[in-house]
Design a protein around this ligand. Sequence first.
Ligand SMILES: [Zn+2]
Length: 393
Amino acid sequence: MAERKVSGSTGEILRAIREGRAQTRADLAGLTGLGRSTVAQRVGSLIASGLVIEAGDGESTGGRPPTVLAFNAGAGVVLAADLGATHCRLEVTDLGGAALAVHQQELDIEDGPDKVLTRVREAFADLLVEAGRAVADVRGIGVGVPGPVEWAHGRPVSPPIMRGWDGVSIPAAFAGWSDAPVFVDNDVNIMVLAEHRSVWRDLSQLLLVKVGTGIGCGIIVAGEVYRGAQGSAGDIGHIRVSGHDDVVCRCGNVACLEAIAGGGAMAAALRRQGLDADNSRDVVDLARGGVPEAVQLVRQAGRLLGEVLASAVNLFNPAVIVIAGDVAQAHEPLLAGVREVVYRRSPPLATQHLRIVRGQLGERTGTIGAALTAIEGVLSDAAVERAVATRGT
Ligand SMILES: [Zn+2]
């Protein structure tokens, strides 16, 4: 990431230590331009809060060696939930995002918020026991859901596949059990955050396209998740593609990308050809098994996705496009189709260094992203200032 100007607030000092940009009080004084006594006082309050520890002596440049400061990822835990349409993955992680305990199960999101969130809370309680931590150690909770979310309040808004969840406050389900802040976002936003922070941190602009049952796109602009004015940025599944005006989408329009290239649509198309395919995973299995109808269909989906992404490249000029989700497991025909169209249709300047790659984090993508959403929320500059002020140090 480009060198950030450091104002020297306690939150920024913590971030400089977390990101390895400063290891000693002298480094921090140099980075911020603050006097040594101010740095010492702010570091002291971070040590008192448990977020920073003194991790031994550094290299001496003559005289007493300086004390090395380190972020204490064990100062608390976060709870991360990746809720899909039919499956969920839950993790307890430390404040660095390392998994301490993991649980996965089949869970139908359409069982509704009461049943699903009660199950999630119970499973979190079990995971905390397994990780040897208490509810009081929980600093934040991150939840990803398969639908659009009003970010400020953690409420799904008219989600197409989450019957019963419209307008329901997800944070309210944890009130009375944990008083940690709850951060809720849609699945592609948490996935793009995970890939960006874990793999592509130095890049400012990144797109992640999730191709599962449906299709959506997460966007990183200037290093941060971009949600748009109403939180619906990246909803590319309902962009119109050419040559399919006879296909009616569940949204009521015709020729939507998702209605042809989504995993659910492809499974239906294969069934019409007499093949046994219930869902996107079956499509992938058939394509990987070399069944010609499936390989051809996935490549065709890649081309249609490429058509939409070529426009996105023109508008947005990303450095990398990450393709993730179930269907990305059939990577060769899908990526070949995407690359074929994007490199042909987008201008040379935009594609000269553009990389189109498969996601790197596999089944942990969603929980890593949910954990990072919570960690970045509870360790934001403003939140750290508040936490330190509350302790009266
Ligand atoms: Zn549609």
